[in-house]
Design a protein around this ligand. Structure first.
Ligand code: C5P
Length: 219
């Protein structure tokens, strides 16, 4: 897929999980593989855009000619996203950002003791990266993802509105063989007034279709 309209445009894409440290050797994270975001970066680059990919810790090769910024925590991703999104045409938030981080990261490895059968870790809320991007004065065309196990349409539309997004791509993570950590995905994409289906296929094909849809909606 190639589109002349995208030449000279800057697309910023977040991908993968974030990793929230507990102490120097432990962290809280999730099962995001980064495949969907990396496929989108490749598809957008091949379509003709200049692409910056802000990636959490994943085991994937950087797509050709894509500028990759590696981050670990949500706070680091937030900082990079706001920097690059400020002069972008399109921002796609594909990362599975940890909703909470550890309030006090321990300087040293937390030791277990014989008398402690329980322990508690206090968590505090992370910034909402895509919502903050959508509040920028120079707001790019902003696309979010929604991974839901139930009430997909209702939750997706709620997020679209609440986070001030232009488009939201919903995947049902409860269905096996698609979404998290799979090679395949199927999406239902919502704008305020429209609904588009992208059928179950390899993530690279789904990515090309989503890039084409975004390009069309940019008009
Ligand atoms: O609210 P929820 O996490 O379900 O929203 C998902 C969307 O919001 C995704 O596009 C995700 O990348 C983005 N998000 C974010 N920062 C967060 C949480 C979610 O950018 N702290």
């Amino acid at each position: 897929y190639q589109n002349d309209k995208l030449s000279g445009q800057h697309w910023v894409i977040t991908a993968g999980p974030t990793r929230e440290a507990i102490d120097p050797v432990r962290y809280i994270s999730n099962h995001s593989s980064g495949k969907m975001g990396f496929s989108l970066a490749q598809a957008a680059q091949q379509a003709g855009a200049n692409v910056t990919l802000i990636a959490g810790p994943v085991h994937l090769n950087t797509p050709q000619s894509v500028k990759r910024i590696d981050v670990e925590s949500a706070e680091q991703m937030h900082k990079q996203a706001l920097t690059y999104a400020n002069e972008a045409t399109v921002f796609i938030s594909c990362a599975a950002v940890a909703d909470y981080r550890v309030a006090q990261i321990a300087d040293h490895k937390i030791k277990k003791t014989d008398d402690n059968q329980e322990m508690q870790i206090k968590l505090v809320k992370n910034p909402d990266i895509v919502a903050d991007v959508a509040q920028l004065t120079n707001k790019p065309y902003t696309v979010g993802f929604a991974a839901e196990t139930q009430n997909i349409e209702q939750y997706a539309l709620d997020k679209l509105k609440r986070k001030n997004l232009d488009l939201i791509a919903a995947n049902n993570v409860a269905t096996s063989g698609q979404g998290f950590n799979s090679d395949n995905n199927a999406l239902t994409v919502y704008s305020t007034n429209n609904k588009f289906d992208i059928d179950l296929a390899d993530k690279s094909l789904v990515a090309q279709q989503l890039v084409a849809l975004i390009a069309e909606q940019l008009d």
